[in-house]
Design a protein around this ligand. Structure first.
Ligand SMILES: Nc1ncnc2c1ncn2[C@@H]1O[C@H](COP(=O)(O)OP(=O)(O)OP(=O)(O)O)[C@@H](O)[C@H]1O
Ligand SMILES: [Mg+2]
Length: 478
């Protein structure tokens, strides 16, 4: 024999996990059998340092090999079955190591562990198994164990009674099927990763509970997320049975998000498990949309580098403008794929004189201009030359469907006037309406963005210049 085991040392592993491990492990073993009722009692006499723990089940077959109760790492029969919780053939030994004395009676015989060692008992049961052990326990540990019992989610079809009270089944808030990593033994008995379809039940934690991953009703990993997730097959657990690989967790959280996003409050939608899902390749488009809406409200859009003014208009209209740095590349890819956010340029565009397709306006021939219009155009040219120091050209359109009074194109210094948007009389001579228009448009000689500092500086400068021109060359403004 190669190995010997120091019982005290093994017991300290349980000490490290906490005494509730004993309770969960014994119930795990019972639930793994063909049982309909499991009775658990945990009691402690006042003043005693030891608690008495009894777990009794009604599996007709009981232990198939009672030696497994004390043989560390024998082949666990449950390794090949993804719907059973046990796999290492370690748990029962850890439980025994934490006991000062213990007894197991089952269909194939009995065994007693005490200060003298291990004794076989010749009094098998008709059916079922009972474990009884004495475990050193403080009052605080008793409280922790009682709470640990209430955290269990009893599987359908198994009545579990703890200290005389039935552990009540819970109602999931959601339930979904998913292909998840599990572990199943190969022909040689080695546990191998495998992917298998299973059901995930989603529960709201009770007050005081920390959201956890459950393996078929037994809490295994605390996540601190919004929900308990009860996986209906073996979870890929560390030997300590208290952790899962990060990728498994990430995947599980994303799938959960896909099925619960509509249930989350705006506060819950800010949780890290939710936001982490945004970058996952399996997130569903409606989950992306819902997370974004929950986080930013209905009025959110993305910063649009191609239309600086649109971003400012969006802010002024009460939109939240989301900039590139707020999400990772993967998250942006998912947001775009889901169409969950629109660039400001498409929601609050800056006024664009020409349509996106570059639709051309129907320019009037000079022959179609009225004499007053021709005179006004000449006057505009003269004033503009003084104001911006550059000769301009003037075009005219008559288009009610074009929403603007006109435009100024800087590249070739062309002023376009939309006759249909002016009061008729305002063409008769220089007046407030047409001077206002001219200053606005000539401002674009300096700056395109209406909401920029540059633009308002240009306007005030033009206003000041125009006043001086009115004094120096009054005939231009008559
Ligand atoms: N209540 C029970 N009824 C029948 N068989 C049991 C019971 N409890 C334990 N066993 C048997 O004893 C074996 C050892 O249990 P143990 O908890 O050490 O290992 P396991 O459950 O297979 O794996 P793990 O270490 O992952 O819990 C089990 O595989 C099972 O065959
Ligand atoms: Mg076990």
């Amino acid at each position: 024999m190669w190995f010997e085991v120091d019982k005290n040392g093994l017991g300290k592993l349980v000490e490290r996990k906490g005494k509730q491990y004993v309770l969960h492990e014994l119930i795990q073993n019972a639930w793994d059998q063909n049982v309909t009722t499991v009775h658990v009692t945990l009691t402690k006499e006042p003043g005693s340092r030891y608690a008495d723990i009894i777990v009794e089940d009604d599996d007709p077959l009981g232990f198939s090999r009672l030696t497994d109760a004390w043989t560390l790492f024998a082949e666990s029969e449950k390794k090949v079955d993804a719907s059973k919780r046990g796999r290492f053939n370690l748990g029962e030994k850890l439980v025994l190591a934490a006991c000062s004395e213990a007894e197991i009676i089952t269909t194939t015989g009995g065994v007693r562990f005490d200060a003298e060692g291990r004794h076989r008992l010749r009094k098998p049961r008709e059916r079922g198994s009972v474990f009884r052990g004495l475990v050193k326990m403080t009052n605080d540990e008793m409280t922790t164990c009682r709470e640990a019992a209430t955290r269990l989610i009893p599987p359908a079809g198994i009545v579990t009674i703890f200290n005389g009270e039935q552990l009540l089944p819970r109602t999931p808030v959601a339930e979904f099927d998913a292909s998840l990593k599990t572990e199943i033994a190969d022909e040689e008995g080695n546990l191998r990763p495998a992917t298998r379809k299973t059901t995930v039940r989603v529960y709201a934690p009770k007050p005081g509970e920390i959201a956890s991953i459950y393996e078929l009703g037994i809490p295994v990993v605390e996540t601190g997320d919004t929900y308990h997730l009860d996986i209906q097959q073996k979870v890929p657990l560390s030997l300590d049975r208290d952790n899962v690989p990060p990728a498994y967790l990430h995947n599980l959280r994303t799938l959960t998000l896909n099925h619960t996003h509509h249930l989350l409050s705006p506060e819950q939608a800010k949780a890290t498990w939710v936001t982490a899902g945004l970058g996952h390749r399996d997130i569903a488009p409606d989950a992306v949309q819902s997370v974004i809406t929950n986080r930013f409200g209905d009025r959110a859009l993305t910063f649009d580098p191609s239309d600086p003014e649109a971003n400012k208009r969006a802010v002024a209209d009460g939109y939240t403008v989301i900039t590139g740095g707020q999400f990772s590349a993967e998250e942006w890819a998912n947001i775009r794929k889901a169409g969950a956010l629109t660039p400001a340029g498409q929601v609050t565009p800056s006024p664009k004189p020409f349509g996106p397709g570059g639709d051309m306006l129907d320019f009037l021939d000079i022959g179609q201009w009225t004499p007053t219009e021709s005179r006004l155009a000449e006057r505009f040219k003269a004033i503009a030359l003084e104001l911006i120091g550059r000769p301009i050209k003037v075009d005219m359109v008559d288009d009610r469907s074009w929403p603007f009074k006109g435009t100024f194109r800087r590249s070739d210094a062309t002023l376009t006037i939309n006759r249909s948007k002016f009061n008729r009389q305002s063409f008769d001579g220089i007046c407030e309406e047409n001077l206002d228009f001219l200053i606005h448009e000539l401002g674009h000689h300096y700056e395109g963005d209406h909401l920029s500092e540059n633009y308002y500086r240009a306007l005030s400068k033009l206003g000041a210049k125009l006043a001086l021109i009115a004094v120096a060359k009054p005939e231009l403004l008559k």
